[in-house]
Design a protein around this ligand. Structure first.
Ligand code: ADP
Length: 860
């Protein structure tokens, strides 16, 4: 910029000089011409003057001639000749003056001739005189013609010169005007030029002073930027000495300025980088390169290694290396960052390779795509499922390979690319061939870095066959469920059908036993035992079936735990006595009398354990114990244990006996009977109440089954005597009940028991009759069979409850059901009955319930 500005100035300057010179030359030329013109005017005027002088001299010579002739004085003659000489000289001079003007020259020649003639005439006259004395008459001899001729020639010359003079004066005037105009305009131009010149001179000076200031400024800038630069800067001699260093460099290297200039850069270069320096210096000093940038190591004053980026430029003067300008940047931390980054990138790359390889070798159909949906990898299974053998797919676009993929799939891919994980366990996929395939898929993004999605991974599994199999299974399950329902219904019906005759068998055996002969006693007892066994078997099968079907439900009612245990003991006391076994009950004093829970299921478990204990014990003792394990404000956890001194169970059999239909040894059934279902049911019943049954047993020494069960604390302090049995005297005299039963055997049997207990009983053959009868008499209680002709027990109960009067709402109705299924109990309670009794009756249970409800107390 500065150079072009100077050039411009120089050019302007030169132009102005040339212009001024030209103007000066033009002015000079004009003046010269004017002077020349004036000179010609003066010259002409001189000629005229000269001619006039000649003319006057001629007149004077004429006078002298005449004077001589008249006066004859020598002085006149002398003067005359002096004039003649002067005139001739003047004429000759005049001839020179007119120069090459030929007409004037010839006129002058004529003048010269006439003058000579004129003078000659005098000489002639004079000669005459010399012979005599001058004679006045000679005066008249003198011819004035030649003199006039001379004068006329002079006039001619003068005229001619006057003509020339007027021309020359005109020319001179013009010239003067021209010169005047030129001089004025040139003066103006000259002034302008001078102004331009002055401008250029001034701007040149200004530029120079600016340049000087700039130089000064740049020097100060250089100084400042050198000293205050954040990067290290140095001037280094070609030999490597630090000539000038800035504070930043001192800071980087840990040396002071004074220390550093005592050293060479080789002194602080890391030994491993010396060779690199040698190579680079050779190149730059040899002129192969002008500058270089290199990363190398220096040794800090404190001894540790620092990484720097060195930027070196060599300054030469006339080709001779003067010094290096070095720029040094500390890149130690950047270097470690880069190496960290490199390591991280390596790790990422490694992970990516692992991922790719994992996908490649995955047995599942997986493929990996980048963000543009180009393939990166695909597992063998994927390739086999979706590509033709040998098809090239890496780096190819998914949609190019599968142009049939519709918007739905593309939208899902985009969602995955946006970071979502999309999956479906069942989705219809139409193959390029138009075949329907069911797939289980998952599209998820994969990450290049923590939050940068690199693409997506597609997982797809062809589940068409599984789906078909599943549908088959669902069909099979539905069929199985149908079958299970049919089975349950069948069992329910069968249990009803079996229980009804069993009711009769066991009931009548009971009755017969009361009045039997001694010889019949044993058979009747065996009949009762077999009947009861058969009933247990039926109940077990039904229970097991219920548990398996997941249909078992637990109730929560208040009951007397101590009494329940005593009753269980009572139920088996006779059997134990028969076998000569001591049957004991141990109840913790702290055990609450009343608790809340499912007494039926607890009874079932304890009866099973206790009857097993009695069954498998030949001598010794069977103990049932109950103690408190833990109590809270809401619950009491009771520990139950049933111990015996019986045959015991071998260690290797202990875990199997809880399985259904499993017994400890093959001859158990033969010796002791049983089905192998009792413990399986007990275990399951406890598990469903979050309890576990444990067994400790030694073969030949005895067994102990124990478990813990949580009961809600009952709000009832002590139960009434509702379930209390009076084994001595059972009488419910004054109680009037309606028995609704269509089976005549059951009627006879029930009547027998009721009669024993002194209960008055009317019978209705079906629900319809019962509905009428309850309105005729105020019965204390109704025993209602469920399945009857005309009107079943359910409808009859509903109708009774509908009858007007509080009495019909409160009238206790106990269902007589041959089915032990829990649902039956639930449904009878739901439609408004108060309780249920399973046929065949347990007389004690029936008695207790009648006793309990006789006063119209409707407690379930
Ligand atoms: P069941 O008693 O009908 O055979 P269980 O499931 O109640 O079926 O019992 C399974 C088996 O466990 C019995 O057959 C018997 O071998 C063994 N077992 C059960 N309780 C005892 C016990 N107290 N002493 C010895 N063995 C027992």
């Amino acid at each position: 910029m500065s150079l072009s500005f100077t050039k411009k100035n120089l050019l302007g300057f030169c132009f102005a000089i040339v212009l001024v010179a030209s103007l000066a030359f033009i002015s000079y030329n004009a003046i010269y011409k004017l002077v020349a013109a004036d000179k010609w005017v003066v010259h002409t005027q001189s000629i005229i003057q000269k001619a006039l002088t000649i003319s006057s001299k001629l007149t004077l010579a004429d006078d002298k001639q005449r004077s001589y002739l008249i006066r004859n004085k020598k002085e006149d003659l002398r003067d005359y000749y002096a004039l003649v000489e002067g005139i001739l000289l003047d004429i000759n001079g005049l001839k020179d003056w007119v120069g090459d003007n030929s007409s004037q020259r010839s006129t002058i020649d004529s003048l010269h001739k006439y003058t000579i003639d004129y003078f000659s005439q005098f000489d002639d006259v004079n000669a005459i005189e010399r012979t005599g004395s001058p004679n006045q008459h000679n005066l008249f001899i003198l011819n004035s013609t030649s003199r006039d001729a001379c004068l006329s020639q002079i006039q001619k010359i003068i005229r001619e010169e006057q003509r020339l003079l007027s021309i020359r004066e005109l020319a001179s005037k013009e010239q003067a005007l021209n010169a005047e105009v030129l001089i004025v305009s040139n003066a103006i131009l000259g002034i302008l030029c001078m102004a331009i010149l002055a401008y250029f001179v001034q701007s040149t000076f200004k530029a120079r002073s600016l340049a000087r200031e700039k130089l000064k400024l740049s020097e100060s800038l250089f100084h400042n930027s050198f000293n205050h630069a954040s990067v290290g800067k140095a001037l280094v001699s070609p030999q490597g000495e630090w000539l000038k260093v800035n504070p930043a460099l001192c800071n980087i290297l840990g040396y002071t300025k004074e220390e550093l200039v005592q050293l060479t850069f080789q002194d602080i270069t890391h030994p491993e980088d010396h060779q690199l320096d040698v190579h680079l210096l050779k190149g730059i000093l040899g002129g192969e390169i002008d500058t270089f940038v290199v990363e190398k190591r220096y040794i800090h004053k404190q001894g540790h290694c620092i990484w720097i980026q060195l930027n070196v430029t060599l300054v030469r003067e006339n080709g001779v290396p003067k010094f290096f300008i070095s720029e040094i940047i500390d890149i130690t931390s950047a270097k470690s960052l880069i190496s960290d980054l490199k390591a991280k990138n390596e790790a990422i790359k490694h992970k990516e390779e692992q991922l790719t390889s994992f996908i490649e070798h995955s047995p599942a159909a997986i493929c990996m795509l980048d963000t543009k949906m180009n393939f990166i990898a695909a597992s063998k299974s994927w390739r086999e499922s979706y590509l033709t053998p040998g098809q090239i797919f890496i780096a190819r676009n998914l949609y190019e390979l599968f142009p049939h993929l519709d918007k739905k799939w593309k939208a899902l891919h985009q969602k995955a690319l946006a970071g979502e994980v999309i999956s479906s366990s069942e989705e219809l996929y139409i193959t390029p061939e138009g075949k329907e395939e069911w797939i289980n898929f998952e599209f998820r993004p994969w990450y290049q870095h923590i939050d940068i999605i690199g693409g997506i991974i597609l997982f797809a599994e062809n589940i068409t066959e599984q789906k078909q199999a599943k549908e088959e299974l669902i069909r099979a399950k539905e069929e199985a469920e149908q079958a299970a329902i049919a089975k349950t219904n069948f069992l329910s019906t069968m249990s009803h059908e079996i229980r009804t005759p069993m009711n009769a068998v066991i009931g009548f055996t009971h009755l017969l036993l009361q009045n039997a002969r001694e010889d019949q006693m044993e058979y009747l007892k065996m009949l009762k035992f077999s009947g009861e066994n058969l009933l247990v078997l039926i109940n077990d099968i039904l229970d097991y079936n219920k548990i398996e079907a997941g249909k078992i439900q637990f109730e929560s009612i208040d009951f007397n735990l101590r009494e329940l245990i005593q009753n269980i003991k009572g139920g088996l006391l006779e059997k134990a006595k028969d076998k000569g076994i001591d049957l004991k009950v141990l109840i913790d004093d702290e055990l609450p009398e009343m608790v809340k829970g499912d007494s039926v299921r607890l009874t079932q478990v304890l009866v099973n354990l206790l009857s097993n204990a009695v069954k498998f014990t030949e001598r010794g003792r069977v103990t049932i114990s109950a103690s408190i394990s833990d109590t809270t404000s809401t619950h009491t956890i009771v520990n139950f244990a049933v111990r015996d001194t019986g045959i015991g169970i071998a260690k290797d059999k202990q875990e199997f006996i809880f399985e259904s239909f499993t017994q400890a040894s093959a001859d158990t059934t033969r010796k002791y009977g049983g089905t192998g279902l009792g413990l399986a049911i007990s275990k399951r019943l406890l598990e469903l109440q979050n309890s576990t049954i444990f067994l400790e047993s030694d073969l030949g020494k005895g067994s102990c089954f124990h478990f813990e069960l949580a009961f809600e604390n009952s709000k009832i302090r002590k139960s009434g005597n509702a379930l209390e049995l009076n084994p001595e005297k059972k009488s419910l005299k004054g109680v009037h009940i309606l028995l609704v039963e269509d089976n005549r055997i059951n009627v006879v049997l029930a009547r027998q028991f009721l009669k024993q207990w002194e209960i008055e009983c009317d019978v209705a053959e079906n629900g319809k009759i019962a509905l009428e009868m309850v309105q005729l008499k105020p019965y204390h209680l109704v025993l209602m069979d469920l399945q009857m002709p005309e009107m079943d027990g359910y409808t009859a109960t509903i109708e009774i409850r509908k009858l007007a009067g509080e009495r019909y709402k409160k009238l206790p109705i106990i269902a007589l059901t041959a089915s032990a299924m829990n649902e039956i109990r639930e449904s009878v309670l739901n439609i408004g009955m108060n309780d249920s009794v399973t046929k065949p009756f347990n007389p004690d249970e029936l008695y207790s319930k009648i006793d309990y409800y006789k006063s119209g107390l409707s407690v379930v």
